[in-house]
Design a protein around this ligand. Sequence first.
Ligand SMILES: Cc1ncc(COP(=O)(O)O)c(C=O)c1O
Length: 404
Amino acid sequence: MNLHDKEKQFLLQTYKRLPIEIDHADGVYIYDKEGRRYLDFLGGIAVNALGYNNSRVKSAIMAQVDRYMHMSNMFYMDAQIDLAEMLCNLSGYSKVFLTNSGTEAIEGAIKVARKWGSKEKKAKLFALSNSFHGRTFGALSLTDRPKYRQGFEPFLPNVDHIAFNSVDELRKKIDGSTTAVFIEFVQGEGGVNLVTEEFVRELFSLKRKHKFLVVADEIQTGIYRTGKLFSFEHYGVHPDLVTVAKPIGGGLPLGGILVDSSLEQVLEYGTHGTTFGGNPVSCAAGLATLKELTEKHIDQHVTEMGNYFRQRLVEFKSRHENLVSEVRGFGLMVGVEFRTECGEIVSRLMNNGILANCTNGNVVRLLPPLIIEREHIDIFVEVLEKAVQSTITDSQMKERSLQN
Ligand SMILES: Cc1ncc(COP(=O)(O)O)c(C=O)c1O
């Protein structure tokens, strides 16, 4: 039985898989079993910040595997504590709770917010329209994408959504009963949408007035993806809590919640926990990843590559105004919005050796490993050009055959 049929037989069919059987990956390239090479602009959906096969991360994993792989959170584990120290030192946040995943980090942040709110006699949580915060029940209650929510109602009570970037709705909905606002400063799944400066300014001005928490969901945007440690730094603000995951485990499952010193005491002994969260092997991988990223001054590299990438894409847009409506993003989180569905373009990119993703129907979302260079960006733009040329030809042919 081939892999495709076996997957169909034994796994719940919740994922639409790409028709590639991967053999191995190295640097910014993925190789299939037939020896074809793909340039990766997907990065394991923003996980593989250092690309593949990084020797420092692999050595750190092997060294930890040799010592122990699991011990339980009843013990002091140096990998975990060292990673937390580095996260605190880099970010300025005072303490960390480590989880297995992004959605688990959001669940923990909801618990911190609700416990804090119960003392302040507040109960209301908000997120923004079109947001994505994960698929467990708390996170799904905050998520505002109908395709992920339908059929799973009812959700958490006291959760509401504010229209993305609507200052008016923000002013109308936020009041003294607000406990927390969860926000992706750049929406990922929602189509690489940037929150406006005006919206952020108003959010933090209301925060001063009504005393609620701002929770930054940096699960996709965090750890230098946008050229800064966290995307909220582009706005010069300081949220109370930050959720991280994806790249923080260097390819292994890991997430976390960073809290400001004012919230350190909210969760006490026994009020929250996890068996696998902060697994020492994941933490060793995460620590090696963070060291490698910071020693490489990846923030500067991402900013430089991101600027070059967007410049090349804006030029591409000017050649194809009829096809492309916008190029947006920060650093190496880039969205190219097409005027029509982009599934076909992404398939053509794949057939020409480039992996990318289509999100929100018409946005090609680009999340390459942070180590990509100009030459890779040039290849991408060249192949994209080819992909739209053949798409144009195909649709013209289809039109012609319809006319005949
Ligand atoms: C912004 C954001 N929040 C939360 C999540 C959920 O993370 P996980 O899939 O690790 O549960 C994701 C995943 O894509 C995300 O992009």
